[in-house]
Design a protein around this ligand. Sequence first.
Ligand code: SAH
Length: 189
Amino acid sequence: MDKTVTDFLRSLDRSLFLEGPAKRYADYDGPLPIGFDQTISQPSLVAYMTDALDVDKTHRILEIGTGSGYQTAFLAHFAKEVVTIERIRELSVTAKERLDDLGYHNITYIIGDGTRGWAERAPYDRIMVTAAPDEIPPLLIEQLRVGGKMVIPCGGRGHQELVLVKKAPDRSISRTKLLDVAFVPLISD
Ligand code: SAH
């Protein structure tokens, strides 16, 4: 893994993204509750996914599932700009407050259904999805730039795989399985 990602993982205080009793367990390398039946992801997995997405300072990134904003901080740190979509308003608002406090001003917060992406700013160099659909939403593939990459957990409640999707110059799509994972479901409104 790129050292800049592991260094950032170490430098970012995860307790800032937690509230109430969960705050005490911030150092635990596993998912934790953030309310509304949702979870903050496992830190080592967030670092792994950031590394797999291969982000640089020229990239515009679309993130689906803002949640606590923890993964968003990694993306905002390594990319030029981030558009992050969350369907639960309260989570989006709280994430924005935290990321504003941390000094990240290259993030646009959208409240809505991320399965439709956000056509206004498409195409995206990179897409990060942090909730699992049964199948990759076609609009996300459409909004991915040619030569772009997407990291997405796929496969519903039973068995999920983290997949790296690449869009080739001829617009064909390749999928590489990275890991078995367990994410909350991507809910289509
Ligand atoms: N990356 C987050 C983890 C988020 S958990 C973090 O680090 O904290 C997944 C999030 O996806 C939840 O907040 C959930 O509300 C959101 N979500 C689920 N379906 C969605 C959809 N269709 N559009 C946008 N957000 C969605």
